[in-house]
Design a protein around this ligand. Sequence first.
Ligand code: C5P
Length: 411
Amino acid sequence: MLDGKRILLIVAGGVAAYKSLILVRRLRERGVSVRSVLTAGGAEFVTPLSLAALTEDKVYRDLFSLTDESEMGHIRLSREADLVVVAPATADLMAKMAAGLADDLASTALLATDKPVLIAPAMNVEMWGHAATQANIALLERRGVLRVGPGAGDLACGETGSGRMAEPEEIVVAIENALAGRASGALGVSASGALAGKRAVVTSGPTWEPIDPVRYIANRSSGKQGHAVAAALARHGAEVTLVTGPTHEPDPANVGMCRIETAREMLDACMAALPADIAVCAAAVADWRVREAAGEKLKKENGGLPALELAENPDILHRLANLENRRPPLVVGFAAETGNVVAYAREKRRRKGCDWILANDVSPGTGTFGGERNTIHLIDEEDRVEHWPTAGKAEVAERLALRIAGRFAAA
Ligand code: C5P
């Protein structure tokens, strides 16, 4: 989707500038050529050498550089890209943009460009909330400048609140949307607000089914995808309950945690979290449990092998999707498949009665099995398929959150 696109990335001075280096990596992985402008403030936080190495290109810094201007004037620099991205966008640079100032290379390129501009603001919570900044943002948005974030949470300055730069994965999705012309809707809204007022329940991780007081049946689910979905929905403003089996994942910011062990506990916790507008079932629920878990530790010395009689666990996704009164308006499930991915996922969507299925291709050829990356095919309520590019789990989560926000905006 992004292959062959050209981005002019302007890196201004803020602690979040280190995330722009990760953004460059993510864009380069997708075949995007990135040309960078580093402001004097930006160079206090990341070095020109890091940016040059990651972009595999020269870094432009000086408006009055004879070599730069003869090789590539600032006008050409700002026009040769398909999109101009400012990350981090500081309060100062946004004020310059609003006022039309052009006293350095970054502000001059922004004034000279005829291409769409996407900003990822990052600053202290008071600076973000200041009437001057808010007036500048409103003015820039009226002029068609696109924005992603900022999100809420712990800020690098030690305070808490709005002002944290969008994560690199969110910015990648915003760039895709901007280039695809989907600039209104989900992207036009701040990443922190599109799902405000919506309640979501998300399941994640494995379940543990006891055999006796010390042993259990489990699976290798890491909980990474489910936790990332909960985090992304919360970043977009949803009130999220994360019902999770045991994992090593940190608790996502601004998410209500509900820790369970067994499938039946997971079902009870999901029911207790209703009513909800959105349910996303990403847990790897154990299909079976031991019918009667032993009250005492099973002893080897008793001789023979214990026969474990199994019973089927409740299918939580199926239950939520088929509730008569309190069915969440949007129920989403996952499906790991190897081959015939779309056909099996369509069948699973019908069988479970959910609205969307995110089918995850785990065939060995994709390299996703057990890895950090996912190749998703979304089957929607009309049985249509969207093929998503291979991406990290955080990016899949962000894309899903934007897709959900879009669906509620359209409703
Ligand atoms: O049936 P299968 O395990 O392939 O379906 C996967 C989807 O169903 C996932 O969304 C998973 O979270 C959900 N599921 C569930 N409860 C179960 C089994 C699966 O919620 N007992």
